[in-house]
Write a protein that binds this ligand. Structure first.
Ligand SMILES: C[S@@+](CC[C@H](N)C(=O)[O-])C[C@H]1O[C@@H](n2cnc3c(N)ncnc32)[C@H](O)[C@@H]1O
Length: 217
C-alpha cells in the first residue's frame, strides 16, 4: 500500500448527504452471530470493558443500537448518524449524532477515553485519516483503537478504494489509515473468525477482521 491514496479512492456511488441514507433507523445486525461473538471476544481480550477496580470510558464510533460489548464499561459514548438507533443502545451512557464525513472533529477533550471502537463501518469514511487522528487525540496514552470489519457493506456508501480491494487489501487499507493518522503504535491486523474450508480457505460465515493499535505514550 502506497502512502498516498489514489484520486477517486474516497469517491462513492452515492455522494448525497449521509443523513439521507441513515434517516430511517436500522435496528438490525450487520454481521452474523459468529462474527458478533468474535467482536465481543476481542473486546474482552483487550480489556475494553475494564473492571470495578479499573473502570473504563469507551467511545463507539459509527455506532448503532448494539456495541457488541459483552460487559458494559463504566461509560460508553456512542456516536453515529441515527438518533433512534443510538437511543436504543442500552449500554450507552452518552449519545452523539454527528456526520463524520462532514465534520471529523470529535467533540471530546484530549485523552478522555480508554478505548475507541469502530465496528463494520470504517469503509464508509471519506476522511478516515482525519477521523483517526482525532481518535488518537481523544484516547489516553496506551488507550486502544479497535477497527473491525467483514465483507458485508452498503455498497453505495462505501468508498470506491475499499470496494475495489479484496479482504487482504482491506486489512492493508485500514492499517494504512491508522499509520497515516499518526499517534498510534504499528497496528496489528488479524482474522478473528476461523479460516474455514470455503473458497480460498476462507471461513464460510461472515469473516471478521480486526486492526488494533495502541495510542503512543
Ligand atoms: C453497518 S452500520 C454499523 C453499526 C454498528 N457499528 C454495528 O456494529 O452494528 C454503519 C453505521 O455507521 C454509521 N455511519 C455511517 N456513516 C456515518 C457518518 N458519516 N458519520 C457517522 N456515522 C456514520 C451509521 O449510523 C450506521 O449505524
Amino acid at each position: 500500500m502506497s502512502t498516498a491514496f489514489p484520486p477517486g479512492f474516497f469517491a462513492r456511488d452515492d455522494e448525497s448527504a449521509d443523513g439521507r441514507f441513515y434517516a430511517a433507523p436500522r435496528l438490525v445486525t450487520h454481521i452474523d452471530d459468529d462474527a458478533i461473538a468474535a467482536v465481543g471476544e476481542l473486546y474482552d481480550e483487550l480489556g475494553v470493558s475494564g473492571s470495578a477496580d479499573r473502570p473504563t470510558r469507551v467511545l463507539d464510533l459509527m455506532s448503532s443500537w448494539v456495541s457488541h460489548l459483552r460487559t458494559p464499561p463504566a461509560e460508553l459514548v456512542v456516536l453515529g448518524m441515527n438518533p433512534a438507533e443510538l437511543d436504543a443502545n442500552a449500554q450507552a451512557t452518552e449519545r452523539v449524532v454527528q456526520d463524520l464525513n462532514r465534520d471529523p472533529a470529535l467533540p471530546f477533550p484530549d485523552a478522555s477515553f480508554d478505548a475507541a471502537l469502530c465496528c463494520v463501518s470504517v469503509d464508509y469514511l471519506v476522511r478516515p485519516v482525519e477521523v483517526l487522528a482525532e481518535t488518537a487525540r481523544v484516547l489516553r496514552p496506551e488507550g486502544v483503537l479497535v477497527l473491525t470489519f467483514s465483507n458485508r457493506l452498503f455498497p453505495t456508501k462505501a468508498v470506491h478504494g475499499w470496494l475495489a480491494a479484496d479482504e487482504d487489501g482491506r486489512c492493508a487499507i485500514a492499517a494504512e489509515y491508522v499509520r497515516q493518522a499518526g499517534g498510534f503504535a504499528e497496528p496489528e491486523v488479524s482474522l478473528r473468525t476461523p479460516p474455514g474450508p470455503g473458497r480460498g480457505g476462507r471461513y464460510r460465515g461472515d469473516p471478521l477482521y480486526a486492526v488494533v493499535a495502541r495510542r503512543l505514550v
